[in-house]
Design a protein around this ligand. Structure first.
Ligand code: FES
Length: 107
């Protein structure tokens, strides 16, 4: 397997509905993960980009959260509708999607 240029981690942490921290799963992160996998397949980008689901990344109330390395960019409030833009602009184009980036004070 080739070393990817970028690695995307999608938080799919789940918690009970009454949990005070909430969770990315409750905010639709499974659909976000599926959208990343579908886009990866559509673009046949397996040699350049890795997509992995993860546990909690920290700021649960902002989910669904997506972390991209090597830039260390945390996207918050991601929906499936954002995935095409993240792929085109950041993962393939190298320019992060500013409107989705979590504030520095958050992460
Ligand atoms: S549950 Fe996703 S960041 Fe905590």
């Amino acid at each position: 397997m080739a070393k990817p240029q970028r690695h995307v981690f999608i938080c799919t942490q789940n918690r009970p509905p009454e949990h005070p921290r909430g969770s990315c799963a409750a905010k639709g992160s499974s659909a976000v993960l599926q959208a990343f996998w579908a886009e990866l397949q559509k673009r046949q980008a397996y040699e350049k980009i890795a997509v992995t689901y993860s546990g909690c990344l920290g700021p649960c109330d902002l989910g669904a959260n997506v972390l991209v390395y090597p830039e260390r960019v945390l996207y918050r409030g991601v929906t499936p509708a954002d995935v095409d833009e993240i792929f085109t602009s950041h993962l393939e184009g190298g320019t992060p999607v500013e409107r989705l980036i979590a504030a520095d004070a958050i992460w």
